[in-house]
Design a protein around this ligand. Structure first.
Ligand SMILES: [Zn+2]
Length: 81
């Protein structure tokens, strides 16, 4: 995997280290962003159950921007924040 890697290359080795560092930073940022998006999705999933009829996901959104309102087919309304 690291057969071609050497610290004797001078500028080339420095460029490789900079590339690896950049890759690690971008990977860390992408992972943190993915986890944040999954937490929002989990929170929305928990709030997608109607308190009156217990239907899951059987609602229409009343607003697109948070706090998002929801109306179930049974007529119950609640806020998904
Ligand atoms: Zn309902």
């Amino acid at each position: 995997m690291f057969e071609g890697f050497s610290f004797r290359g001078g500028a080339e080795a420095l460029a490789r280290i900079a590339g690896m560092f950049t890759t690690v930073v971008l990977g860390w940022y992408a992972l943190k962003r993915y986890i944040a998006i999954m937490q929002v999705a989990e929170r929305y999933a928990r709030r997608s159950i109607c308190a009156r009829c217990k239907a899951y996901g059987a609602f229409r959104l009343l607003r697109e921007r948070p706090p998002t309102g929801a109306r179930c087919r049974c007529g119950n309304e609640w806020t998904i924040d």
